[in-house]
Every structure is written in C-alpha cells, then in structure tokens.
Design a protein around this ligand. Structure first.
Ligand code: PMV
Length: 353
C-alpha cells in the first residue's frame, strides 16, 4: 500500500514595510505592497504533515493537537481546494501519476511558539500548509506560484514561501494573479542581519488583523495617505537599502514604517492599540541607543518593529547584537536570557534570523 504523506516546516516572517488593508477580502488582495525578512531559524516555525487517503471521509486539520474546523468557503477550505485543483491539473498532464486529488486529506500542524500572539503564526502556518500539500502532491510549482495560494489563507503567509528578504507585490489584477511574493535578496546576501524577538506578551491579541484591517480601511483617512504617498516610496528605498546592505536606511525605514502602521491603527474608529507601555519603553530604549551611537560619531545600530501585538522585533547587525541583548536584558530584567532555550516565553528574547 502506498502512503501519500509529506511533512514540511515553514518559518515566520516579520515585515519591515507593513501590509495593512485589503482591497479584496475574499482573495486577500492588499491595499499596498509590503516587504519582510524571513526569520530562518528553529524557534519560530510551523511544521505541517499532510496525508491523502482513499479511506478518509472528510478533510480534517489539527492545529497544535486540536481540531480546527474547516469551514466551507473559509480560508483553510480555499487553500486546500486550490492545492487539490493544482494536483488535478498535474494528474491530467501526467496520466501515469496516481489519482489522489480526489482523496480527502488529514493535516496536522504545530507551532513551536504561541499561536495568534502577534508572532506571525498565521504566516508560518499557511505557508507550511501549502508547502506540505505541494510536497504531498509532488507539484513542480515555484515559491511565487505557491504564494498565490498561501496569500488566500493569510496575506502575510505568501512572504514565508521564501527565505531572506521578500516583497509581496500588491499587483493590480482583480483576479489576484499578480499579487504574489518575490525574492528581493536571499538570506546569504546579508548574513550579518539578525533579529531579536522580544516577547512582551504571549496572550492572544485583542483585535485580529482581519477585523482590524477592515475597520481601518472603512474609517481611517490616514490610510489613504499611507498607501498612496508613503509606502510606494518606502518600498523602493527599502529594496535599495537591502541590495546595498545599507543598515542605516534599512533601520530608519523599518522604524518609520512601524510607526506609520500603528498611527493608522490609532486613526481607526474606534482606535486600535496594539502596543502597550512595555512596547513603547522598548521604542524609547532603541531611539536613545541609536541617538547615543550617532552622537558619538557611530552608526544607527538597531531597528524596532511591531506587528499587530505588543511584541517587539529588533533588527540589528551581528556585531551589535550581543550589546543590544545586554541592553534589553538590563532595562527589562523580567525577561529570560535567550541562551535558555526553554525560557524564552513569555517576556523572553531570542536572537538570530
Ligand atoms: O496576514 P495577516 O492577516 O496576519 O496580517 C499581518 C499584518 C501585519 O503583521 C501587521 C503586517 C505584515 O505585513 O505582516
């Protein structure tokens, strides 16, 4: 008996130019392009096993050991359905391949970090789901092609199909066929770049990104300025900075774009607060650290960024990371050292991209 099964893991990515707002909520087409760094290490990953079998009566997904209902017309159903369609096309083109596209699938996905705590669990989750089905179905699809499907699970997931520095081009087609992820530079291009994840809270976030974005699109006037004037220029600047390995520009654009995203959240009615007092204290610490470095004739050394939650991600070059970890541990002593692999949550810090 042949077993049709595959296991794939995918990492989270943390945007330096944030995606916030959908122009099409069903296809998940964004109101602006975005750019992220894939945190390519062991600590923040989703691992997913998919299995197809003739005897299965329905598609089932377990998330961290608990069944997650696959609602008809929902995002999980869309991603699984799109992958089955690709397999069907593959079978039609390769008549000797086993006809497994009609089989039901059982999928088990596990995150090795808190789910829905603003640590991009949906990004790694949907990227791992789509990749494991692609492996199960032996599809010859490229990461950009798979990103079109992962995008329909969770927008930011499309960027986790690549390692390194990744852009999600918003595209213009109403069908969504050009709204996909592309590689800006591979990880090896800038190996000195590291990320420090500061877990301020591992609680589930108050306002989901889906409802938050919808409210922002409906009510924020600032969003229009952000998507028309601000982000297109920043995308160009950021791509240039990455290609040139220009950390000062990378850091400045990263921090300003995080501020811009949280300003847009605040400009939403009713307002959305994702950061808390600890988040703001981390911003103040990094601002002062950079100011002191520049005042002494040195470079900008660190960049903070916050997603839809209070946790900070600090990007820095390897040479400065030990000092930054000491700084964070000094000012936030309730944190746990990143060297303690079991003690990183909550209020812990982790390093490495
Ligand atoms: O993909 P979603 O629906 O989880 O939205 C992610 C939104 C942000 O994390 C705040 C920004 C981004 O580009 O990842």
């Amino acid at each position: 008996m042949t077993v049709y099964q595959a296991t794939v893991s995918a990492p989270v990515n943390i945007a330096v130019i944030k995606y916030w707002g959908k122009r099409d909520t069903k296809l998940i087409l964004p109101t602006n392009s975005s750019l992220s760094v894939t945190l390519d290490q062991d600590h923040l990953r989703s691992t997913t096993t998919s299995r197809a079998d003739e005897s299965f009566e329905r598609d089932i997904l377990w998330l961290n050991g608990k069944e997650d209902p696959i609602k008809e017309g929902g995002r999980l159903a869309t991603c699984i359905g799109e992958m089955k369609k690709l397999r069907k096309q593959y079978e039609d083109a390769n008549p000797n391949e086993p006809k497994i596209s009609s089989y039901r699938v059982h999928i088990a996905s596990n995150n090795n970090f808190p789910t829905a705590a603003g640590l991009a669990s949906s990004a790694s989750g949907f990227a791992a789901l789509v990749s494991s089905l692609a492996a199960l179905y032996k599809l010859p699809s490229s990461p950009s092609e798979l990103s079109l499907i992962a995008r329909q699970g969770s927008g930011s997931a499309c960027r986790s199909l690549f390692g390194g520095f990744v852009a999600w081009e918003m595209g213009s087609a109403t069908s969504g066929t050009d709204s996909l992820a592309v590689e800006v530079a591979p990880r090896e291009h800038w190996p000195e770049m590291q990320a420090l994840v500061c877990v301020v809270s591992d609680k589930k976030k108050g306002t989901s990104s889906t409802s938050g974005m919808q409210r922002t699109v409906e009510t924020s006037t600032l969003l229009q300025h952000r998507i028309r004037e601000v982000v297109p220029k920043r995308m160009e600047q950021m791509i240039r900075a990455i290609k040139d390995k220009d950390f000062t520009t990378f850091a400045e654009v990263t921090m300003r774009d995080s501020n811009s995203f949280h300003a847009v959240a605040l400009d939403t009615d009713p307002p959305i607060f994702y950061m808390n007092d600890v988040s703001r204290a981390i911003i103040a610490t990094i601002v002062e650290y950079n100011r002191a470095s520049v005042a002494a004739g040195g470079p900008v050394k660190a960049a903070y960024t916050f997603d839809a939650g209070p946790n900070a991600v600090i990007y820095a070059l390897e040479k400065d990371m030990a000092e930054i970890i000491r700084l964070v541990c000094y000012f936030f002593p309730q944190g746990v050292s990143f060297e303690d692999p079991m003690g990183v949550f909550p209020s812990g810090v982790q390093s490495g991209v």
